[in-house]
Design a protein around this ligand. Structure first.
Ligand code: PLP
Ligand code: COI
Length: 343
């Protein structure tokens, strides 16, 4: 079917987080122990062996990043080398072939340049989401790492991930786990997201934005907020975010930790966040590339509903963090050294 949406007809202000086929994607293949040069293609279909390890054993990983249009028309990437590094950590966990970090960032830039018309205009709040991913392919059947891989990057323009974006919404503490202790929670691999589909559906079915996951070992500490990390602001202005080996090391979270300390002059703490101590927080939110910062209005914990700042208003610290982060991403505020890479 023809793609109906074009950069000329797109409603930039009202984008949500869905797939829109753009013109070009990058694709590179790994065979006989090496990656080829890779190329841009207009074909968004992959033709792979039925024995591909990605299909049977979940040997795949991905990244999520964005390109931001600035006021002068140039395009910013936000800490792209961190995504390159994290993808290679995921590769290491699943015995996949690492992709050179400088080539990763170069390929991301190529994809953005080739799809430049799809980068949302400055001032719309939208951005071009980039999805690098790697899959194990080839003729296999036994449980072992593949000998061949595909690395690809596609792009799609997006708006808010959570409905309402910077409006507070409510979340449900799930009784399910997304990842096992000492499993793959810290890697960005599809299996973690497959495990989150049912709890996510359950939460959304009860009108919550998403599921909040507790630590899989004791179910006493907050870990993740759907596909985003958690942060809370205590009553005495400490920015707190969970420390756990089974959460994704969020690039947004580490950026907020730095900004909270160095730009907002808050104390910061990466530590256990016990659900029993939830009322220490006067504000709370979810943070991530797709989520940006999504304020958490209320949290359903078994039979109790806990409201942080407000179910309708955004707390002042959350707002300042949002302005600082997005100001840097869209080029309005000076970025710390090395955070912005021009396309
Ligand atoms: N946690 C999970 C499970 C995620 O999927 C994501 C999204 O990437 C994040 C946290 C946030 O990570 P980042 O800030 O690097 O996008
Ligand atoms: C991201 O924030 O980039 C994510 O990967 C979240 C989700 C869409 C999987």
């Amino acid at each position: 079917m023809m793609n109906e949406i074009t950069p000329e007809t797109i409603d930039w202000e009202n984008l949500d987080f869905s797939y829109i086929k753009t013109d070009y994607r990058f694709i590179s293949k790994y065979k006989d122990g090496k990656w080829d040069e890779g190329e841009l293609t207009t074909d968004n279909q992959l033709h792979i062996s039925e024995g591909s390890t990605a299909l049977h054993y979940g040997q795949q990983c991905f990244e999520g990043m964005k390109a931001y249009r600035t006021e002068d028309g140039s395009i910013n990437l936000f800490r792209p080398f961190e995504n390159a590094k994290r993808m290679n950590n995921s590769c290491e966990r699943l015995l996949m072939a690492p992709y050179p970090e400088d080539k990763f960032v170069e390929a991301v830039k190529e994809v953005v340049r080739a799809n430049e018309e799809w980068v949302p205009p400055y001032g719309t709040g939208a951005s071009l989401y980039l999805r690098p991913f790697m899959i194990g392919i080839g003729d296999n059947v036994g449980i072992k790492a593949a000998d061949e891989y595909i690395f690809s990057i596609f792009a799609t323009p997006v708006g808010s991930y959570f409905k309402g974006g910077m409006k507070p919404s409510n979340f449900l503490v799930s009784t399910y786990d997304r990842a096992a202790p000492r499993g793959t929670g810290a890697a960005k691999v599809g299996g973690n997201y497959a495990a989150s589909l049912l709890p996510g559906k359950e939460a959304k079915g009860r009108s919550f934005s998403d599921a909040v996951y507790l630590d899989p070992e004791t179910h006493t500490k907050i870990e993740e907020v759907g596909a985003a990390n958690f942060f809370g602001i205590t009553k005495d202005d400490v920015f707190v975010t969970p420390k756990s080996p089974s959460i994704l090391p969020s690039i947004t979270k580490y950026s907020l930790l730095w900004l909270a300390e160095n730009r907002l002059n808050l104390k910061t703490l990466e530590d256990d966040v016990y659900i029993k101590d939830i009322d220490q927080f006067k504000e709370a939110g979810a943070c991530g590339t797709a989520a940006v910062i999504a304020p958490i209005g209320g949290l359903q914990i078994e039979e109790d509903f806990h409201v942080f700042y407000s179910e309708t208003e955004v707390g002042p610290v959350t707002k300042r963090l949002y302005n600082e982060l997005t100001g840097i991403q869209f080029g309005e505020i000076e970025a710390p050294d090395g955070w912005i890479e021009k396309v």
